[in-house]
Write a protein that binds this ligand. Sequence first.
Ligand SMILES: C[S@@+](CC[C@H](N)C(=O)[O-])C[C@H]1O[C@@H](n2cnc3c(N)ncnc32)[C@H](O)[C@@H]1O
Length: 378
Amino acid sequence: MVSRLADKLVSRYATDATRILDPFCGSGAVLVAGSRNGIPTTGLDVNPIAALLSHVKLAGFSLQNATVLADDLVRTSRKIKRTLPVWWPAKTYWFTPATLEKYERLRAASLRLGLNQMNDGMAVLLSFALSVRLCSKADQRSPKPFISKQAIASRKGKHFDPYRIIPDLLNELGESYAHELIRSDCRLLLVDVTSERSIPQLMGKHSHVITSPPYINAQDYFRNFKLELNLLEGVLPFQACDLKERFIGTERGNLLADISAEKIQLQRERVPQLKTLARKSPRSEAVVHRYLHDMGKAFDTIQKCMEVKGTFVLVCGDNLIAGQRIRTWRILADMLVERGFKEFDSFTDQIEDRMLAPKRCGHRGLIKEEVVLAFRSN
Ligand SMILES: C[S@@+](CC[C@H](N)C(=O)[O-])C[C@H]1O[C@@H](n2cnc3c(N)ncnc32)[C@H](O)[C@@H]1O
């Protein structure tokens, strides 16, 4: 979500909010918009890199202190005796041996300096995370990590130096996010919304939910972040392999596990395209079933985190699955209505107007607009 839209949603629906929840907070646009308006916020996401980005955007940091830490990090890495190896079998496919050695040193030095215990240290770790793709053999033109023919020709065998790139990235980050600690009340939790029963007890009640949930099989978040996740595993407290099947809407694992035959029948009635998918592409049908099942569980958890007469703002668009157009936003809206929510407002937001960075290079995306729907809980 771009900040312009997040600001608009907060000013249109949440000026009276006592606390806003974004259960799929990603890079934190809604949390930042809420905090700018002095509203306490809660952000949940299963992706540790998203949580790291949200943390740095929200908390800010001192560029001066972070620069000292980054210099210290590089100096310690050069000298350190024991590295912290990356336990990822594919690592040599994505990085040259010289780059990898530097990263394994940086990992050990990050732990030694306790970077994840310090606010300014988190900004250095974010620069570390952002350096990973730039220092890999991946195609730099793509928002997703893959090696194109062009990348093989231009990057193969070349050593990309994280010692040099991390301080440069930190400076760039400083231009946008180095500021005094915003005295905002924001809680961030790294969690799978579909499976953590204790979320409502941990997070308490919220007057407002504003969120853009994952789409169906539009992004394989695990694949898109695999380089960063594998290099930061052990530096931040998560296990990459635990996350593999956790992202909603992706095509991983046993898709139909724990979905009853009755539920599948019900979902087929709700989404007529599923019958066509069952014939044309059973795997795609299973992906949609899994998505609907997971989003149902997520909505149940989110509802428990909401006050009576709370506001739920949903931002979503269509999906194209094996040639079938699915109105994901309408299906999610119906699921909320089934749970007792009442729609009171809606409008469409054109993707073209979001002026996304040209770095998306040719990736225009399939959807032209997203729908914003506002509901009141009973
Ligand atoms: C469409 S993005 C949200 C973008 C966000 N509004 C922003 O401003 O960046 C959906 C988010 O849902 C997260 N997500 C996917 N599965 C999840 C799960 N099981 N629990 C929590 N978050 C999940 C993804 O990591 C992703 O950040």
